[in-house]
Write a new protein. Structure first.
Length: 342
């Protein structure tokens, strides 16, 4: 199906809840206006595929692999592309595939550890592709119909809906105050684009989740990082390649939150926690003698330190034994390998 035909179909479908909120869902959707079709077509054309090879010896290859594929969205007239940061972490080569299957080399511009966003810029002009406008998810209501899209040779798009917006804590020492959860899910979520019916970019795909609603009821979906978090740091990312907020203590732990406890499930080799003797199965009871029971609380106490390379005192339950462990944290951004010459 051509982009134009699909844009007409999507524009007609998403217009119903907005224009006929009081009407029955069985009623025929109103015809989409040409202006709306054109806007949505441009937005879909701005979604690109990304093929990434991580640099030799990249530590992130242990969990992400050296060969990575996903999507991005053109947000700048100079070929600036927004994606999810883990795709381009420690990238050596990046190839961009446009909607008309042109393959263009690109380079990494910035990675923000705090939000999870990554920036890429093509090394050649992106002719025929217009950058999308950044929208806002601030006023989105649950059940709002949205459009999710992926790029590349296997690119596609379809209707989804917002099912919840709430704080999110990731097992990999990550927390944001608001994430967008949608359902039904995309099969290829990494760097996927989330649009409103006006063709404005609302978020970038990060995860597949099994509990999009955030309760005990299973509902498969995706977690998107809202572009509202990008706007305050976009200029800094382009200028410095990172952000000040990303310079914070990192322990090299993957943890889970269960029944009011923070349990370690994985320890990165060569990371600070590994050097300190922490092991999977250990339960973190306190940080600097302050009790922690959630990932959010654990991370916020850790990141409150002004020095990213400070010593962190953890109280840990190891089997049936309570231990005091001192971990020499590091600045995560200093551990990221870059290709030779950069």
């Amino acid at each position: 199906m051509s982009l134009l035909r699909l844009a007409r179909r999507l524009a007609g479908a998403v217009s119903l809840p907005f224009l006929c909120a009081a009407s029955s869902l069985a009623a025929s959707p109103p015809a989409a206006q040409p202006e709306g079709i054109e806007t949505m077509t441009r937005a879909l054309q701005a979604v690109v595929g990304l093929q990434v090879t991580a640099t030799e010896g990249a530590r992130s290859a242990e969990t992400l692999g050296r060969q990575r594929g996903g999507s991005g969205v053109v947000i700048g007239a100079d070929g600036l592309i927004l994606t999810i940061g883990y795709l381009i972490l420690e990238a050596d080569t990046i190839q961009v595939t446009t909607h008309d299957n042109r393959v263009i080399p690109a380079r990494s511009v910035g990675y923000d550890l705090a939000t999870g966003f990554g920036l890429v810029r093509t090394l050649l002009p992106l002719r025929g592709v217009q950058p999308v406008a950044l929208g806002s998810a601030g006023e989105l209501a649950a059940e709002t119909p949205l459009i999710a899209a992926i790029g590349g040779e296997d690119g596609g798009m379809g209707l989804t809906r917002l099912v919840s917006a709430r704080p999110f804590s990731g097992y990999w020492e990550y927390h944001i105050e608001k994430a967008l959860f949608t359902s039904p899910p995309l099969r290829s979520h990494s760097g996927a684009a989330l649009f409103n019916p006006r063709g404005e970019l609302l978020g970038i795909g990060s995860l597949f989740v099994g509990n999009a609603m955030g309760d005990d009821k299973p509902m498969p979906g995706n977690m998107f990082v809202p572009v509202d978090l990008l706007k305050p740091v976009l200029a800094e990312m382009q200028q410095t390649g990172s952000t000040r907020v990303s310079r914070r203590p990192w322990l090299g732990l993957s943890s889970t939150e269960q029944g009011g406890r923070v349990q370690i499930i994985r320890v990165s080799r060569e990371g600070p926690a590994y050097a300190a003797g922490l092991t999977p199965g250990d339960v973190v009871l306190a940080i600097d003698e302050e009790k922690v029971s959630t990932l959010e609380g654990f991370y916020k106490k850790l990141w409150a330190r002004p020095d990213p390379e400070s010593e962190v005192r953890l109280t840990v339950l190891h089997g049936s034994e309570i231990r005091q462990v001192t971990v020499k944290a590091v600045d995560r951004m200093k551990t990221i390998r870059r290709p030779a010459g950069i």
